[in-house]
Design a protein. Structure first.
Length: 238
């Protein structure tokens, strides 16, 4: 019984295929419908995969916020793309030697950067370096030179002020030395005057003593004679 049903089913299938082969229009429609269904299925799968990788890439960008300083090469004009490849839209250019921030994301020899205007894009990795360009090196050297010149100016001003202070102290020292010399001369003169006065006083005392002594001697010689004569004359009157 089963063999009979299988045989009938095969015969029915053969008749159906034969009828389709004999009707080209129906067969063409079936082929087109099958190809379209296959195309739509592939397109759906591609869109799903693209959305998945896009969301995954966006999530990776949002979670990784650590950046490092980078510098653009100075020998050419660098174009910034919206994605990691030349097939992505050009957002603009990045100035040579410009300082940017590297997000750390790299793909297809491209690196993601953030400019000083807060624009995020991709450039070829060979055009970015963590070593400062000549523009920043020169600017840094000019800043250091200006700082050194300012320090030198301040030191020169301090030196001039110190020189003026030393000159003023030297002048004051000279004046003090002159005053000391004048005081020493006055002291010497005063000592000399005191010495002369002491000598004069001693001479005066000597002369006074000599006078007193002389007067005393005279009185000692004259008074006895006067008393003797008076006594003698009184005796004569008596």
């Amino acid at each position: 019984m089963i063999d009979i049903l299988s045989q009938k089913s095969c015969e029915s299938s053969q008749l159906h295929l034969l009828s389709l082969w004999q009707s080209p229009t129906i067969l063409a429609n079936l082929c087109l419908n099958g190809a379209f269904g296959y195309f739509m299925m592939n397109l759906k799968n591609t869109l799903v995969a693209l959305l998945f990788f896009t969301s995954l890439f966006s999530f990776a960008q949002e979670t990784d916020t650590t950046t490092t300083a980078g510098y653009i090469s100075e020998d050419l004009i660098v174009y910034m793309h919206t994605g990691a490849g030349k097939n992505y839209r050009i957002m603009g250019t990045v100035s040579s030697g410009e300082k940017v921030q590297l997000t750390g994301a790299t793909k297809n020899d491209y690196s993601e950067i953030i400019t000083d205007k807060d624009r995020t894009g991709w450039i070829e990795s060979q055009h970015v370096s963590t070593t400062p360009g000549m523009r920043y090196v020169i600017a840094d050297l000019n800043e250091k030179l200006a700082s050194m010149q300012e320090n030198q100016r301040q030191l020169s001003a301090q030196l001039d002020e110190a020189t003026k202070t030393i000159s003023s102290l030297t002048s004051d020292r000279s004046d003090l030395q002159n005053n000391i010399a004048a005081l020493n001369m006055e002291l010497t003169e005063t000592k000399s005057q005191l010495k002369n006065q002491d000598t004069n006083i001693k001479k005066q005392w000597f002369f006074n003593g000599a006078i007193v002594l002389g007067v005393g001697l005279l009185l000692g010689l004259i008074l006895p004679r006067l008393f003797t004569k008076r006594r003698a004359s009184m005796e004569n009157w008596g």
